[in-house]
Design a protein around this ligand. Structure first.
Ligand SMILES: Cc1cc2nc3c(=O)[nH]c(=O)nc-3n(C[C@H](O)[C@H](O)[C@H](O)COP(=O)(O)OP(=O)(O)OC[C@H]3O[C@@H](n4cnc5c(N)ncnc54)[C@H](O)[C@@H]3O)c2cc1C
Length: 429
């Protein structure tokens, strides 16, 4: 029997396995998909270009992720933080976006006695922020993928007060060979040790009372149930999966309670490949990000600048992403192109002539993700931080939802939480 059983081979599960294997601790990983990386998934769209279906950006020069890139000699580029907005039938520069967000963030109260939803926060401060409200809502829904009725002021206040580290004055980057190459690098390091991985093993049940925690997994290739056990169990799974797909026998009331404090955000991204970069003629400045009224579907778009490629990505976050994730893919594409037509002032027919292909993955309907990334809900008595401690002494959690501050919901946060779960186990061995 291996010492540690890890469920999930996303960034957090792999980072946990790497820390354990570096310390000479044997582990076993069960992964439902036939690939590593989870919500990181890079596709080779053409011989010269790759496209991300999940994570794309590195938010902040976080040491963990930058070290990993450097160890594996993977290059990364600075993001061109230049934004244009279609307003009053013109494309205008958006200036001071982050400063405006910061102005509203300054009103968040991390010590508020009774937590409230972000919707209630906006109502309470409506007079002070009247001109900033639309921009702030588009930040919360678009960037944080939040539902304003579910997101809590306390949780957001805690995450927004943390500084994002910079490298040479830059804080947003993109891994150039694609995010999956980062996961492959991590996986290579682990494979060299005694770690075993079983793909296409969907964990359905967690037997919490066993002396050694155990799981029941469906071997998807053989359509056969199998039991696995180890002295320590790490559930490196998305919150949506923990909340609705796993059967805990007997239930762990503490876990159920703590999971209620974390919400799953939804996001839908579609990357379009066009015959040419028609957007370059829209502005004299390089076109990096394009925006339109957040009431439109897919109000945010971006290019792959500073590289000049024929790809444009459409982004919808928040409750509207959840709503449209239930439409047919062709309808989602139609909605996105309708918005692009408004942003570029090109007819739908003209856009269709440029169209070559599109790339999308529906993370909301994906049974092994059930959404994009997490945020803190309205705090009740229990804090989400309870998730960072073991359950029944030997069941640990890992994943982006366990990370704090600006790391929450990110690849960096997932890597860190996996390492931390492993370190806690190592202290007990
Ligand atoms: C559209 C989108 C855009 C994003 N953009 C960014 C970005 O730009 N920058 C950034 O830093 N982050 C971004 N993120 C978030 C980032 O991808 C995640 O925070 C991170 O990858 C999560 O890693 P994880 O290990 O916590 O979870 P996951 O990557 O989800 O790993 C969990 C693993 O568990 C497996 N699994 C699930 N259920 C079972 C089961 N029952 N049995 C066995 N295995 C199971 C899954 O297949 C998966 O491999 C984005 C996410 C999405 C969806």
């Amino acid at each position: 029997m291996k010492k540690v059983l890890i469920i999930g081979a996303g960034a957090s599960g792999l980072s946990c396995a790497k820390t354990l294997s570096d310390a000479g601790v044997a582990c076993q990983i069960l992964e439902a998909r036939n690939r590593i990386g989870g919500r990181i998934w890079t596709l080779q769209a053409s011989p010269a270009h790759n496209v991300e279906l999940g994570a794309e950006f590195i938010h902040g020069a976080q040491k963990e992720l930058i070290d990993l890139l450097e160890q594996h000699q993977l290059s990364f580029e600075d993001l061109l933080d230049h934004h244009l907005e279609r307003k009053d039938s013109e494309l205008k520069n958006i200036s001071g976006f982050w400063e405006k967000v910061e102005k509203v963030n300054a009103l968040l109260n991390p010590k508020i006695k009774k937590d409230r939803s972000m919707q209630d926060f906006l109502i309470a401060h409506r007079k002070k922020i009247s001109t900033l409200k639309d921009l702030y809502v588009s930040y919360l829904e678009g960037f944080q993928a939040m539902d304003l009725h579910l997101a809590g002021e306390k949780g957001l206040a805690e995450s927004e007060k943390k500084e994002v580290p910079e490298l040479n004055g830059q804080s947003q980057f993109r891994p150039l060979p694609g995010y999956s190459s980062v996961m492959e690098g991590l996986f290579k390091d682990i494979q060299l040790s005694s770690t075993e991985i079983h793909f296409e093993h969907e964990v359905q049940q967690v037997l919490t009372n066993a002396k050694n925690p155990a799981v029941v997994a469906l071997n998807l290739k053989k359509n056969k149930l199998q039991n696995f056990a180890a002295p320590f169990l790490v559930l490196a799974l998305p919150v949506g999966v923990l909340k609705s797909s796993l059967y805990f026998d007997p239930p762990l009331p503490d876990l159920t309670q703590a999971l209620r404090t974390v919400e799953t955000g939804h996001a839908l991204r579609i990357t379009f490949q066009f015959k040419e970069r028609f957007w370059e003629s829209l502005s004299k400045k390089p076109v990096a990000f394009l925006h339109i009224d957040p009431r439109e579907y897919f109000p945010t778009w971006w290019t792959q600048m500073p590289r000049r490629t024929p790809f444009l990505t459409a982004w919808q976050g928040g409750p509207k992403a959840f709503e449209i994730s239930h439409l047919k893919e062709s309808e989602q594409v139609q909605l996105a192109l309708q918005t692009l037509s408004k942003i570029t002032d090109l007819s739908f027919t003209a856009l269709k002539k440029y169209y070559v292909n599109h790339f999308v993955h529906n993370w909301t309907l994906d049974p092994y993700a059930r959404g994009a990334y997490s945020y803190v809900g309205v705090h009740e008595k229990t804090s989400w931080k309870r998730l960072q401690k073991p359950f029944h002494e030997n069941i640990y959690l890992a994943g982006e939802a366990l990370s704090e501050g600006a790391d929450r919901g990110t690849v960096q946060g997932a890597l860190k939480s996996g390492r931390e779960a492993a370190e806690k186990i190592l202290r007990r061995l």
